[in-house]
Design a protein around this ligand. Structure first.
Ligand code: SF4
Length: 235
């Protein structure tokens, strides 16, 4: 792997040496001022941190993706929705039937519950960013399989890098286990913060699970309060 710092140092040294030689009248190689300026600018460009790519560029890269077998069962790719400058990101496991039809994440009954959870944090859906680990609907609403997650999750990681949220809420066991690289159950993972790509990450129950198990509402409310404590409302 190229050591960028060393590379920049070498370019700088080369540029300095050529300039000295040019100043002392040495000829025989290209040390014209234009060539030296190009070398100097090249070194500077390489030394600057690369700007994060945009959500649009990542979506363009996904294209009409056929990289995993989920492409066979989908109607539409569900990329994600919300603010590209969101401070809070919600990540579920994969699109369901309603999402597959509309192309929007979390639009069914579970989506309405998520909208209420977001409102409880005093935010609107357009203030946050919502997406899934896989962008295509698994058939019969099954869980995404490891090979599908492995193929699709680099796009999610790029989305996280593009948005750089302060907080991420992982919805359900699949999202929590795959992103935190653990086999622990969601009931053990929820209620505490983890770290992922420089963000504070809180796993909680998936809204669809909550619809089937309303007794878990208290636990989710506790998690919502933890998010509210950490959310940077000011500034
Ligand atoms: S789930 Fe992801 S990797 Fe698989 S086809 Fe859809 S966009 Fe591509």
């Amino acid at each position: 792997m190229v050591d960028t710092q060393k590379f920049v140092q070498t370019i700088d040294e080369l540029e300095r040496t050529l300039r000295q030689l040019a100043d002392s009248g040495v000829r025989g190689f290209d040390c014209a001022p234009g060539a030296l300026d190009t070398l100097q600018a090249w070194g500077r460009q390489r030394s600057q941190p690369q700007a994060p790519e945009s959500l649009e560029a990542i979506r363009e890269d996904i294209g009409d993706c056929r990289r995993c077998k989920l492409c066979r069962s989908r109607t539409r790719i569900v990329y994600g929705a919300g603010s590209s400058r969101a401070r809070l990101m919600f990540i579920g496991e994969g699109p369901g039937q309603d999402e597959d039809r509309s192309g929007e994440p979390f639009v069914g009954a579970a989506g309405q519950l998520l909208t209420r959870i977001i409102a409880a944090i005093n935010l609107r859906r357009e203030d946050v960013y919502i997406t899934n680990v896989v962008k295509c609907r698994p058939p019969e609403n099954r869980l995404p399989e490891p090979d599908e997650i492995a193929t699709c999750s680099p796009f999610l990681r790029r989305q996280i890098a593009a948005i750089r949220p302060v907080l991420i809420c992982l919805l359900g066991g699949c999202a929590a286990q795959s992103l935190l690289n653990t086999t622990e159950s969601i009931s053990r993972l929820r209620g505490r913060f983890f770290e992922l790509q420089g963000c504070r990450v809180l796993p909680t129950y998936h809204p669809a699970y909550l619809l089937r198990n309303p007794e878990k509402k208290r636990a989710v409310w506790e998690d919502v309060q933890m998010l509210m404590k950490e959310y940077p409302y000011e500034g």
